[in-house]
Design a protein around this ligand. Structure first.
Ligand SMILES: [Mn+2]
Length: 423
């Protein structure tokens, strides 16, 4: 194959210095690894760019986790960019909803060779090798956190560009899992005349379009919660004669998140469960390869063990033994939590048909689930109770599916109590 004309690295959503969500009672040694993970991930991006001799680097927004960017994050970001420009690599940076221009800046000197896009208008900057222009980079930063305008419509490439790249932090196609900032459609991006769109904002990587133009969300460089599973990284994009583009994903993360389900159906003793959890932990260790891992374990299924788990503290009795001896390892698997979602061994559908008090209880729960508006029905039921005043605000915050989960859990809990009395 012919050599690439040039190449660049595209990353986004570094969220420097952001805390790992939901990791409680964590050993200090592991906490230190987690605290540094976002920084080291970005340093991995720079290492990759240098080792692969990329000509320039693009960061498509959300460099920082909060508008009150920590000084530590600003210093580390600046130092990492300096390493890039010392290797003769230009850097192009936009800010997104997490780190808009209205946020706090320490006023650090910007290394020569780094360009921050302004928030007023789309700027057009040349990416060069010596005096040769390789591409023009178009970009705009968020002046404020919540940009509702379709910023894509402001981009237009110049016909004389050898290659055009748009850099934008935006929500393409109204992804409901992310705030709908700078909303646009894929067609809005196609008409701008770019060869490549370096996007940011959506944390799961996605190639939205392979060519004419190539449109990519690289995802974030380090997963930070149970919602951000699996490997995370950046794209090395090689451009060939004729504008042919080959993007290569390269992982940059230090620590990976996993969620594993463990079915209790075949298990009869807590001892067996512990063995199965340990085996699951070891599977995750081999999947994570040499990376650290954070693991959420979900106990699922129906079985006799469900009743035995009533007397078990998931964190103290199950998670804690699994965490022992993890601290000293580079390839640690830190069990974040063990969640008990098991159900009793009985056939609930059959039990619901029996004409007794337990049957009445199960039918009432089922009726509630089958209501056209479960939320309103639940509301009617509990407004008459004195504790309603305390729990009403929390109930209002639950999504419909979370509310149904609450009803399911309440049914299981009630059934456990009633069956215990029957035993
Ligand atoms: Mn982000």
């Amino acid at each position: 194959m012919t050599n690439a004309l040039f190449s660049f690295v595209h990353c986004a959503d570094l969220h420097l210095d952001s805390p790992f969500e939901g990791v409680h009672s964590v050993a200090p040694e592991i906490a230190a690894v987690l605290r540094d993970a976002t920084f080291k991930a970005f340093n991995n991006v720079i290492d990759i760019a240098i080792q692969r001799s990329a000509n320039f680097l693009i960061v498509a927004g959300d460099v920082y986790d909060g508008a009150d960017r920590s000084l530590r994050a600003q210093l580390q970001f600046r130092d990492a960019l300096r390493r890039a420009v010392d290797s003769e690599m230009q850097c192009f940076v936009t800010y997104g909803n997490h780190d808009p221009l209205s946020g706090w800046e320490a006023g650090l000197k910007v290394p020569i060779g780094v360009h921050y896009f302004s928030g007023d208008k789309v700027e057009r900057i040349a990416a060069k090798r010596g005096s040769e222009v390789l591409a023009y980079i178009y970009g705009i930063s968020y002046p404020i956190p919540q940009v509702k305008e379709n910023l894509a419509s402001r981009f237009r490439s110049e016909p004389s560009d050898p290659f055009s790249i748009g850099v934008l932090h935006c929500n393409v196609g109204g992804d409901p899992n992310h705030d709908n900032y700078a909303p646009c459609t894929i067609d809005d991006l196609v008409v701008c005349g770019m060869n490549y769109w370096a996007l940011g904002h959506i944390h799961s990587r996605k190639v939205l379009r392979e060519s004419d133009p190539c449109v990519i969300y690289p995802g974030n460089t380090q997963g930070r919660s149970v919602r951000e599973l699996g490997e995370r990284g950046c794209y090395l994009v090689r451009v060939y004669p004729g504008g042919h583009i080959i993007p290569e994903f390269i992982s940059t993360d230090l620590v990976r998140w996993f969620v594993e389900e463990v079915d209790i159906a075949e298990l009869s003793a807590i001892e067996e469960l512990l063995q199965k959890l340990e085996a699951t932990r070891e599977e995750v260790r081999s999947q994570a390869k040499t990376h650290g891992a954070v693991l959420r374990l979900r106990l699922t299924g129906r079985g006799d063990l469900h009743a035995k788990l009533r007397n078990v503290n998931p964190d103290g009795d199950l998670a804690k033994p699994l965490r022992e001896s993890e601290v000293a390892r580079d390839d640690f698997v830190w069990v974040e939590s063990v969640q008990d979602m098991t159900r009793p061994a009985i056939d609930v559908d059959q039990r619901r048909k029996v004409q007794d008090f337990v049957g009445d209880f199960l039918r009432a729960a089922e009726n509630l689930r089958m209501e056209n508006d479960t939320r309103a029905a639940l509301h009617d039921l509990i407004t008459k109770r004195p504790e309603h005043r305390l729990i009403a605000p929390q109930i209002d915050q639950l999504s419909d599916s979370e509310l149904l989960e609450v009803v399911d859990n309440a049914e299981t809990l009630g059934l456990d109590q009633l069956l215990r009395d029957e035993e």
